[in-house]
Ligand binder design. Structure first.
Ligand code: NAD
Length: 333
């Protein structure tokens, strides 16, 4: 899409990846509208760097009236949809919020976006919709075989988006990214959990023997890929976004501890996550053909992430009182 995209409505813009996208969008001169319910995972501090350079609405995407009123007032050109319940372990405890936000919320956004004739809708999805793969890589045409309630809710949303493309000619594109890491990630995901626990001198929990493999994508690269999809992606298509940097969880944990100068003896193996996918891996030739090249590798990205978290330790620590109960449930089963 080459026409000027001036006003972007970003759902979940106060979250980890959404806020990176908003910071980049504002810096590039887009007019940005952030719609976010500010759940436990949302935090406007992530947008301090671009304060007063975006417009914010606190709203639940599953509330038709609120979302309708925002679209009526703002008339955005495009929508980039990040808002979601995003944590697998929470979905195992209670899938309801995942269905509400990820499925119903997406359907409401799609209907309202259609009503207001949005020019382009980028739906943010995940490699987890494909399930696990022991060897080889998933392509965009691999079947959907999600294993966790989180992944199932994202796959359901992907299918809804695809159905709107086919049925209504709705101008959507789907992005499926691998595991993101970087500044401002909430400490329920692996990397900031390790950092927060290790800095407190606590044991660092690792599921099973830590053999599960993830493809680590630095968040700024992910946001750059979304811009590429927004500008050049073909309507109705799916684009995988990965880095090619696969590491087992144990290797990842050891790397982070090394960067922190903390001993490996802090590692404590805990009971595995139920239904834990062994490995994800993405074939990214399609987005490479749009010109995507990650700028960060595992070593440079982890170094930056660890140093950011150490410098912003107070923010990380401010989440402790919210996260402690969750940690207890998942790491002390
Ligand atoms: P996050 O949990 O950090 O942020 C989600 C944001 O959505 C939060 O700001 C939250 O307040 C908001 N939100 C939640 N429910 C809402 C609702 N009902 N209405 C409005 N706002 C709501 O998530 P993230 O890690 O930034 O992930 C963003 C997107 O990227 C999600 O769609 C996720 O499925 C997808 N994704 C994430 C990763 C990853 O590694 N983090 C990888 C691939 C895809």
């Amino acid at each position: 899409m080459r026409q000027k995209l001036s006003k972007i409505l970003v759902t979940g813009g106060a979250g980890f990846i959404g806020s990176e996208f908003v910071r980049q969008a504002v810096t590039q001169g887009y007019r940005v509208i952030v719609v976010d319910a500010l759940t436990y995972a949302g935090d406007l501090k992530r947008l301090d760097e671009v304060k007063r350079r975006y417009k914010f609405y606190k709203a639940d995407i599953a509330c038709k009236d609120s979302v309708g009123a925002i679209f009526k007032k703002e008339k955005p050109d495009v929508v980039v949809h990040f808002a979601a319940e995003s944590h697998v372990d929470r979905s195992i405890q209670d899938a309801s919020p995942f269905i509400n936000t990820n499925v119903l919320g997406t359907q409401i956004l799609l209907d309202i976006s259609r009503k207001y004739k949005i020019k382009r809708f980028v739906h943010m999805s995940t490699d987890e919709v494909y399930g696990e793969i022991k060897s080889g890589r998933f392509t965009e045409s691999s079947p959907l075989a999600p294993n966790s309630p989180y992944a199932a809710s994202k796959a359901a949303a992907d299918l809804l988006v695809k159905s709107y493309v086919r049925t209504y000619g709705f101008p959507a594109v789907i992005a499926r990214a691998s595991n993101n890491y970087g500044p401002w990630q909430y400490p329920e995901k692996l990397i900031p959990v390790i950092i927060l626990k290790a800095c407190k001198g606590d044991e660092v929990p690792v599921y099973a023997k830590g053999a599960n493999v993830r493809e680590w994508l630095y968040v700024a690269d992910c946001a750059r890929a979304i811009f590429l999809i927004l500008k050049k992606g073909l309507l109705g298509e799916v684009y995988n976004i990965g880095s090619g940097h696969e590491r087992s969880n144990l290797v990842t944990v050891k790397s982070v501890l090394r960067l922190l100068g903390k001993p490996e003896r802090l590692i404590r193996f805990v009971q595995d996550r139920p239904g834990h996918d062994f490995r994800y891996s993405l074939d990214c030739s399609k987005i490479r053909s749009l010109g995507f090249r990650p700028q960060w590798n595992f070593e440079s990205g982890m170094k930056k992430t660890v140093s950011w978290n150490v410098s912003n330790y107070l923010w990380l620590e401010s989440k402790l009182k919210d996260i402690a109960g969750h940690w207890k449930k998942v790491y002390h089963r």
